[in-house]
Design a protein. Sequence first.
Length: 207
Amino acid sequence: MSGKLITFEGGDGAGKTTQVALLSATLRAKGVNVLVTREPGGTEIGERIRDLILHDPVTLVTAAELLLIFAARAQHIVEVIRPALARDKWVLCDRFTDATFAYQGGGRGVPAERVTQLESIVHHGLQPDLTLLLDLPVTEGMARSVARGKGEDRFESQDVAFKERIRATYLARQASAAHRIRLVDASAQIEVVQAQIKKLVLQVLEP
Ligand SMILES: Nc1ncnc2c1ncn2[C@@H]1O[C@H](COP(=O)(O)OP(=O)(O)O)[C@@H](O)[C@H]1O
Ligand SMILES: [Mg+2]
């Protein structure tokens, strides 16, 4: 495999979706074959699971939420990500398994070992080549999400303490895997964040 898997992480409103679009345009202009995708989602069944997880008012116990996320991810890896990597594509994924450690682990209190067990079942060794952690104070992310104005999903409607645990878990993971997960200051202007990301991507993936 000589494709690349680049994942974007961070709290809601950090700018992930914005920056995925900008990086994909930059890479395409350089002639890279890019595939943009997201989690939960990225496949037909995955997008249906996404709706259940994010937007359906149905009650989900934590284990059900966790398993649904990994069910969607299993389909995504086999149906979309691995085939794209095998065809040398650069896959830009808006959230991936670090988000599960942050949201279901840090946010919901699932032990990290349990997330790791599911990761090993579903990933079969797949890891991102590079993860960009867009870090932003929680209140700033919330203000941006409100300004974006699409309503709140299941996680956006959680309290500030939940979001602070997510941020802290992301930062701890970044510190413990600093080679793969690069910290990006997401509080800067869009163009400044874009420049940070472009530099990191070229530095790490085109040494
Ligand atoms: N660096 C930035 N500075 C100010 N606003 C931003 C920045 N990046 C994104 N935004 C805006 O904040 C909102 C959330 O951005 P988005 O890319 O949807 O975040 P995410 O996908 O991480 O939730 C959008 O309205 C977007 O235009
Ligand atoms: Mg987004």
